[in-house]
Design a protein around this ligand. Structure first.
Ligand code: NCD
Length: 313
């Protein structure tokens, strides 16, 4: 069984069996990453361009590490310092890169829909590393891998995703992917930071943090995306922190088994108190570790690798 998708643009229409295949493959790459030599030859000879039009720390390093650990040849592009600053269009940039015979493009852009657009401009395989407010599928996959590793399952678990839902591509990818996997998802934030037509996400919505966290197995905080906001979406940082930030007092109201997640970067002291981010119930750094294994799985499977095949090479 191979993946039913040719590119990874989002999780909106990715099937449960495809998500399972990616997570199972990521589990075996996770094992590879525990070895002393963390290298497999499966993408040898393949060139991957990391096309980043927006800033990134985790996602970018994680993709590059994944590509190198699969023995691929990554090329890094960032819009600053490129001909984008001379006015070159996205289409021209990608056609010029494609003319140099690349196999895969990992793209991050502040406009929703750019990864889909690129599939029309080149024959290369496209992987979305975050497009505007739209989707961030590898983040949601690594979130699910981390939850599955911790609880041994996904089906039936309760997840509360709290914060700036409006600007969060992570919330959308998580909502779609987790729903597909039979998880029980609640999105929570102030009404001014909720997208319109939330019913299309098909998950529970509330503006009450206590209600969202009731009985949750996982509480995921999202960054308040100050750079994407016009002013006036919430009265003050202090009020936001009181109503939607997780501090030690609120942590103590949660069941003992509940774990804390955050996609990073964290606004310490706003959505997450520092002592909660670093406490024993936080699995935030496991998310980061798992990011490499998930991205290895995605690149491997999209690149034509057979499920389980890398174990024999
Ligand atoms: C997120 C992103 O860029 O969408 N970060 C990430 O990739 N880990 C979330 C954010 O910027 O807040």
């Amino acid at each position: 069984m191979a993946l039913g998708i040719q590119h990874l643009l989002g999780l909106y229409d990715v099937s449960r069996s495809d998500i399972e295949l990616i997570l199972d493959t990521a589990d075996s790459f996770y094992e590879v990453l525990q070895r002393e030599i963390k290298l497999v030859p499966t993408l040898r000879g393949k060139t991957i361009v990391n096309l980043f039009y927006e800033s990134s720390t985790r996602t970018r390093i994680s993709f590059e590490l994944a590509e190198k650990r699969l023995s691929g040849s990554p090329i890094n592009f960032s819009s600053t310092g490129s001909s984008v600053t001379k006015g070159e269009t996205l289409k021209d940039t990608i056609r010029n890169i494609a003319a140099m015979k690349i196999d895969m493009v990992v793209v991050r852009h502040n406009a929703a829909g750019v990864p889909l657009f690129l599939t029309k401009c080149t024959d290369a395989i496209i992987v979305n590393a975050g497009d505007g407010f739209h989707e961030h599928p590898t983040q949601a996959l690594l979130d699910m891998l981390t939850i599955r590793q911790h609880f041994g399952k996904l089906e039936g678990l309760k997840v509360a995703i709290i914060g700036d839902i409006l600007h969060s591509r992570v919330a959308r990818s998580d909502a779609w992917g987790m729903k597909t996997m039979g998880m029980n998802v609640t999105l929570c934030g102030p009404q001014t930071l909720m997208p319109l037509h939330t019913e299309s996400l098909g998950v529970r919505i509330t503006d009450n943090m206590g209600e969202a966290m009731e009985g949750a197995d996982v509480v995921m905080l999202l960054r308040l995306q100050l750079e994407r906001q016009q002013s006036g979406l919430f009265p003050s940082i202090r009020e936001y922190r009181e109503n939607y930030g997780l501090d030690l007092d609120k942590l103590l109201t949660l069941p003992e088994h509940t774990v804390i997640m955050h996609p990073g970067p964290i606004n310490r002291g706003i959505e997450l108190a520092s002592n909660v981010a670093d406490c024993g119930r936080s699995i935030i750094l496991d998310q980061v570790t798992n990011g490499v294994a998930v991205r290895m799985a995605v690149l491997y499977l999209l690149g034509g690798g057979e499920p389980g095949g890398h174990e024999d090479v």
